[in-house]
Ligand binder design. Structure first.
Ligand SMILES: NC(=O)c1ccc[n+]([C@@H]2O[C@H](COP(=O)([O-])OP(=O)(O)OC[C@H]3O[C@@H](n4cnc5c(N)ncnc54)[C@H](OP(=O)(O)O)[C@@H]3O)[C@@H](O)[C@H]2O)c1
Length: 320
């Protein structure tokens, strides 16, 4: 939509823009028949997303690694909306064992699943390996969500089939996907500490979120499944995400304050793509400020998307 629309908050083709809030973009939507999982729903954009989905009547599962914080978040939401239907389940995306345990626990609850919001993330952390031996930003932001989505897909397909309601998967990517390593994804050096750059590793993981959505969307379309998969950039929002680069991000915020959003605005694009009827049937796309947005050239590569899919499957297989 361009920088001017971002600054002025002017609405785009959807009727919404950078200043729209999550409540505004879901106004009048009845989500009372829907069950949604929000990863990282205990803070920041995920918390506001959970609150607004619950406000529209959805049954929300907050999937969080810190279940105490998530229970507090649940309490806060229920204080203002006593009818909010929210459960908290343990999920550590940096552990494939935890992802499997979460999926098993969710399945044992015999619930339908209409919407999956792959929201959780870490940014700019110093080099470290996950429990499965994978670089932490790639492991948390992409690989955990890749496995989680695959494990929940049969449930989503069955729900969409039995209810006739379109399933939706939303990946939280970022404009940072433009700032990645030259080849996009470092398939042969994913865990190489010597060439690790915290900013590019974040960009790489956010590019992976986009490529994952693109390839999954293609596969589901081919199968004829009634499920859409899209990616979003939420905007720039001061949240706990900045914990590894707080001073730098504060300086950037002061210098570019006009480009930043508050949290209700930051959750708007996720809620728009997850709930708004205007987005029905739209799949494999990237949104920012509640409108379609152009991705990087690397994010448009079918070849790279397929390569990432195979690579992710292989990483998961070899981590067993
Ligand atoms: N804020 C921005 O400007 C911005 C811009 C572009 C994209 N995004 C994307 O938006 C998403 C939400 O970020 P946010 O700004 O709302 O940040 P946030 O407040 O830090 O929220 C991220 C959530 O993810 C959770 N999380 C981190 N590691 C996890 C793990 N291993 N397993 C399960 N949950 C984990 C965090 O839990 P803990 O509290 O336990 O760490 C937190 O609840 C992220 O994917 C981010 O990349 C944000």
């Amino acid at each position: 939509m361009g920088i001017l629309s971002l600054i002025t908050g002017k609405a785009g083709a959807s009727g919404f823009g950078s200043s729209s809030t999550a409540e505004q973009v879901t106004d009048g939507v009845d989500a009372s028949r829907l069950t949604v999982i929000v990863t990282g729903g205990a803070s920041g954009i995920g918390l506001e997303t959970s609150r607004v989905f619950a406000l529209r009547g959805a049954h929300v599962i907050i999937a969080a690694r810190n279940t105490e914080a998530a229970s507090e978040a649940r309490k806060t939401i229920v204080e203002t909306n006593p009818t909010a239907h929210i459960d908290v389940l343990k999920l550590d995306l940096s552990s494939l064992t935890s992802v499997r345990a979460f999926a098993d626990q969710f399945k044992s609850m015999n619930l339908p699943l209409n919407i999956l919001i792959n929201n959780a993330g870490v940014m700019f952390c110093p080099f470290q390996l996950s429990r499965d031996g994978v670089e932490m930003q790639f492991a948390t932001n992409h690989l955990g969500h890749f496995l989680l989505t695959n494990l929940l897909l049969d449930n989503m397909k069955a729900t969409a089939k039995s209810t006739g309601i379109e399933g939706r998967i939303v990946n939280l990517s970022s404009v940072a996907h433009f700032h990645t390593y030259p080849k996009g994804i470092q398939f042969d050096k994913i865990n190489d500490e010597k060439i690790y750059n915290d900013k590019m590793a974040y960009g790489q993981s956010k590019l992976a979120n986009l490529l994952h959505a693109k390839e999954l969307s293609r596969r589901l379309k081919e199968e004829g499944a009634n499920i859409t998969v899209n990616s979003v950039h939420p905007g720039l929002i001061m949240t706990n995400l900045m914990r590894h680069s707080f001073v730098l991000m504060k300086v950037i915020q002061v210098a570019t304050y006009i480009l930043w959003k508050n949290v209700p605005q930051g959750a708007a694009t996720t809620c728009y793509v997850g709930l708004n009827p205007q987005v029905k049937g739209v799949t494999g796309k990237y949104f920012a400020d509640c409108n379609l947005e152009k991705t990087s050239k690397l994010a448009r590569s079918d070849e790279l998307a397929k390569q990432l899919w195979d690579f992710s499957e292989e990483l998961i297989r070899s981590a067993k």
